[in-house]
Write a protein that binds this ligand. Structure first.
Ligand SMILES: C[S@@+](CC[C@H](N)C(=O)[O-])C[C@H]1O[C@@H](n2cnc3c(N)ncnc32)[C@H](O)[C@@H]1O
Length: 198
């Protein structure tokens, strides 16, 4: 939401029609090209090399491993070079993780069946996130226990937040290269290369 109000064009996807309509109402006053779609993320086509920022907040937990693999792969290829991913997931620090171990059926490692909602919940750890995103440049990763007063009775979640950047390919064009005597002193040139690689 803050990104839309800051003037970015947003593509948004949610499986819930209610969530999409609520978003549309909030965006109605904006004069921008936002595109809010009622769709299942698993089937949603993410265009390659397209996004400056992709946000996946508190949704990956509800899928099983093959679906998580697929969504993460689509997400990474959807980033422009230098584009950023913000990810937030429930982690094994979540109080529900400990109770799930005792009371729920484990369908995959750290994935539990929530029979009353006919769904699953997976709790991530930092090692898993690091492995999934080893090809992105790590900007930051945080794990902690956060208060959630947004729905139901107030409660806590263990969360991992991750920000990563798709690496850029370094390509340089030198105009009139065959004649160019590039006038850098060595220290400036070294610093310039460091900045370009950062
Ligand atoms: C816990 S809420 C998080 C909402 C928001 N991203 C946030 O962090 O406040 C999970 C959201 O994921 C949506 N969702 C669940 N399964 C989905 C799916 N298969 N495809 C797209 N959205 C899904 C739900 O409708 C819900 O809006």
């Amino acid at each position: 939401m803050p990104f839309a109000f800051s003037g970015f064009n947003i593509d948004g996807v949610d499986i819930s029609e209610t969530a999409v309509n609520r978003c549309k109402e909030k965006f109605a006053e904006l004069n921008s090209n936002n595109n809010l779609v009622n769709s299942d993320l698993r089937n949603y086509d993410i265009k390659n090399d397209n996004y400056t920022l992709i946000i996946i907040a508190n949704v990956l937990n509800f899928f099983k491993k093959p679906e998580i693999d697929l969504i993460i792969e689509k997400t990474k290829t959807g980033l422009q070079e230098g584009g950023m991913l913000y990810l937030s997931v429930f982690s094994t620090l979540d109080p529900n993780y400990k109770s799930s171990i005792l009371s729920r059926k484990q369908v995959e490692k750290n994935t539990f069946c929530i029979e009353e909602r006919d769904s699953n919940v997976h709790y991530f750890n930092q090692e898993e996130i690091t492995k999934y995103f080893s090809d992105l440049k790590l900007i930051c990763m945080y794990e902690g226990i956060e208060y959630d007063g947004g729905h139901g009775s107030p409660h806590y979640h263990g969360v991992i937040e991750f920000i990563g950047e798709r690496k850029r390919t370094l390509k340089i064009i030198i105009s009139a290269a065959s004649y160019a005597k590039v006038l850098f002193n060595v220290r400036t040139l070294k610093r310039f290369c460091e900045i370009l690689k950062a």
